[in-house]
Design a binder for this molecule. Sequence first.
Ligand code: PLP
Length: 399
Amino acid sequence: MRKVYMDHSATTPAHPDVAKIMNEFMVDSFGNASSVHSFGREARNALDKARQQVADLIGAEAKEIVFTSGGTEADNHAIKGVAKTYSDKGKHIITTKFEHHAVLHTCEYLEKEHDFKVTYLPVSKDGYVQVSDLEEAIRNDTILITVMYANNEIGTIQPIKEMAKLAKKEGIIFHTDAVQGVGVVPIDVKDLEVDLLTLSGHKFYGPKGVGALFVKKGMKIDPMFHGGSHEMKIRAGTENVPGIAGIGKAAEIALHQMKERSDKIVKLRDKLAEGIIAKIDHVQINGGMDNRLPGNLNVSIAYVEGEALLLNLDQKGIAVSSGSACTSGSLDPSHVLLAIDLPHELAHGSLRLTLGAGNSEQDVDYVLNELPEIVVRLRSMSPLYEETKKSEKEGCAHV
Ligand code: PLP
């Protein structure tokens, strides 16, 4: 059976050169970067190199990159760190309704445990946050604005530059969770003028369990962990040298291959979208197509359950997601799809297909062959679908 992986927003396979360098720093150059001897120095050099590679990917300076255990930690550090460091200036945070849980749950924690007030900005039906809504939400005591760069479920890219500009004008710290964007689309922190930015290695063919927080030069942020003086005293703990060498290599490759990868992926994604629309009735694409991650396709297929689609596709060797990877296991409709005001029944029938560098035309053809058949089979068990088709035939269509 053919195996097709279309869940690159959940994670990507490590590039072979990434795996190679990680192995080198696990087996041969295994030193602790804090040791003074040659083994330690080798590890230290690897950290320095990776810091520069990650910085180059986002237009930062090496000393602005703090390595973390991934996107979740970097988001937590950015939000809790600002909350702790600047709470004397105010206790109001602005975020959006469709952030990743690493941001949402951190904000909720601050509300519950530390008396912060949080404004959750709405999202338009096509998946964008409005700068005017942000402008209205700003208060005298707002100390942090955190808005994701690109949504992990519907792939829509937010007007971060405009929002960060507004934050700067108002003297408010701006953080963006750019986990889905970094290494996938060009991102330059100087151009965006953000103060803090989160990235994660496993979304761009690097290792899992390693990410980084960009902290703009001159910005003070308290550490979350206490211990040694690693990572410019912002993040204590013996550095994950293999992982960091791996994310550095992944960043270097992404910088050089981004355009080529993206051009190929967009073509495949668009072919997939057109095929699905042509072959399946009562289907809609969620999120605007204009400003969107290259590999993301999120569709709602009426009269079927997303979970049932996912399981049936899995039996055919096709890996997709029916919502955020981090929320699978729960049958609640995705908070992202509810934020864009999708009716429950459509939110339940949604599928996220995220293409990546390894996908081919044959993969798309295979999905376009299998998915419509599965939909027909599942809909044949839906009395509601039968009824709809009947009334459509009789000329009184309803959705
Ligand atoms: N933020 C976004 C937008 C994500 O998509 C994810 C992971 O899916 C995270 C944060 C968490 O990153 P990590 O898996 O590295 O903890």
